[in-house]
Design a binder for this molecule. Structure first.
Ligand SMILES: Nc1ncnc2c1ncn2[C@@H]1O[C@H](COP(=O)(O)OP(=O)(O)OP(=O)(O)O)[C@@H](O)[C@H]1O
Ligand SMILES: [Mg+2]
Length: 264
């Protein structure tokens, strides 16, 4: 579907970071979740965050987008320091971001068309019914689910729901799309189709994608850059090839389980 897997990391050199963090810290009471996170997401890259469950991936995601306030450190979007902004300015900038949250549900009381129209009306303030209808139908075609506007979320399969969730995040035409576990709960074949959709978002629409995932082979197949989080720190960071060559014991163990676990 795309050439992403052929040359991981290719074309990244010289790209400006679109998102940066420096010395980011976040605790909940005594629990120090993020201890010192400094990272750069290159513009238009497909950036994956991996790591064990409970290690702070979702907290990192929420801290970057400003849903959680860090206890220390800074976050930038392009040249704007998000951590220095007030609520109103932050919410303006956040219109440049789209999110597909872990376990994010569509609104069950609304059909698919209404689910997609909602952010256009409520966030972007578009009132033209014609424009909304056009954008919704074009996007459903783009995610290869044309004409399902009138279906209710509970009539969709898990894979279809995930695709519609991605579409809802895309409809605002964000510059950066954040995915928290887009393939969790899907069988491996469906997971691949969602990974392919993320690649299309990145390579066809030129949207920077930041993806948190448990799907290590998937991340290695599609990401330009991978960041491995453990116990509040980044323990490996680079192209898939660079991560594969990491000598860190936990990274090596992850690689062995993910790629070599069935070999005996
Ligand atoms: N709002 C919160 N208040 C208190 N503790 C929290 C809060 N959010 C997260 N935590 C704690 O922070 C730690 C990291 O949680 P987080 O959700 O970031 O993990 P994760 O890496 O995304 O895990 P998973 O892979 O299972 O999704 C956990 O111990 C969690 O209980
Ligand atoms: Mg999580």
């Amino acid at each position: 579907m795309s050439g992403a897997a052929e040359s991981p990391g290719a074309g990244q050199a010289g790209r400006q970071p679109i998102i940066r963090t420096k010395n980011l810290k976040k605790s909940f009471g005594r629990l120090e979740v993020l201890k010192d996170i400094t990272l750069e997401v290159p513009e238009k890259s497909l950036f994956a965050v991996i790591g064990q469950s409970g290690t702070g991936k979702s907290v990192l995601f929420k801290t970057i987008i400003g849903m959680l306030k860090p206890d220390g450190g800074k976050v930038w979007f392009k040249n704007t320091e998000l951590t220095a902004l007030g609520k109103r300015d932050l919410s303006k900038i956040r219109k440049s971001f789209g999110y597909s949250f872990q376990n994010a549900a569509l609104f069950d009381s609304m059909n698919v068309g209404e689910n997609l129209a909602f952010p256009l009306r409520e966030v972007l303030g578009i009132s033209s019914k014609g424009e909304i209808k056009k954008r919704v139908s074009e996007l459903l075609e783009w995610i290869e689910l044309p004409g399902i506007e009138l279906k209710r979320p509970d009539e969709l399969s898990g894979g279809m729901r995930k695709r519609v969730g991605v579409a809802r995040a895309l409809i605002m035409r964000p510059e950066v799309l954040f995915f928290d576990e887009p393939t969790t709960g899907l069988d491996p074949v469906l997971a691949e189709t969602i990974n392919d959709l993320v690649v299309r978002v990145n390579k066809e629409l030129y949207i920077t994608c930041v993806m948190i995932t448990h799907d290590i082979p998937g991340a290695f197949r599609i990401a330009d850059k991978i960041c491995f989080l453990d116990q509040g720190y980044i323990i490996a960071d680079g192209s898939p090839a660079e991560i594969s060559g990491s000598q860190h014991a936990l990274v090596k163990e992850f690689m062995r389980i993910s790629f070599g676990g069935l070999e005996k």
